[in-house]
Design a protein around this ligand. Structure first.
Ligand code: DQA
Length: 153
């Protein structure tokens, strides 16, 4: 694991449309704004920030995170509610995983109340709009720090 923590921030389908997509639910921040927010939250740690509309590509990146990242922040978007393949990829990880949502899916339609990703996540941040990412990156770095201190005692 590199000395400077590396946080992968991976985003699933339709999040490229942030800023114009249902702004009453997801807010007005664009994905570029969210990336800037994550980089600021990381305070010197490296952020690898990506978005895809393709399930297989997201799974490839989750697999890559195991060897290239210290922690993963994942907004799976709708794949969180549908993808057992994504869950299986997450279950293979030993790094901390923070599930992140702009909205609070539990306060929305019933089909959003199931999250396969939650079964493999260390924790969840949801409902704070773009600020969910700020909190998620900070939580991920805290988890990395805790693991490092536990490993040195
Ligand atoms: C979302 C919530 C999901 O239910 C939805 O499918 C998304 C975005 C969020 O960030 O609030 O695309 O993950």
């Amino acid at each position: 694991m590199p000395d400077i923590p590396v946080v992968y921030v991976l985003n699933g389908p339709n999040l490229n449309l942030l800023g114009t997509r249902e702004p009453e639910i997801y807010g007005h921040a664009t994905l570029a704004d969210v990336q800037a927010l994550c980089e600021a939250a990381a305070e010197g740690a490296t952020v690898v920030f990506r978005q895809t509309n393709h399930e297989g590509e997201l799974i490839d990146w989750v697999q890559e995170a195991q060897t290239s990242a210290s922690a993963l922040v994942l907004n799976p978007a709708a794949y969180g509610h549908t993808s057992i393949a994504l869950l299986d990829a997450l279950k293979a990880l030993t790094i901390p995983v923070v599930e992140c949502h702009l909205s609070n899916p539990m306060a929305r339609e019933a089909f959003r109340h199931t999250s396969y990703v939650s079964l493999a996540a260390t924790g969840i941040v949801s409902g704070f709009g773009a600020q969910s990412y700020d909190l998620a990156v900070k939580a991920a770095l805290r988890l990395v720090q805790e693991r490092r201190s536990a490993a040195t005692v």
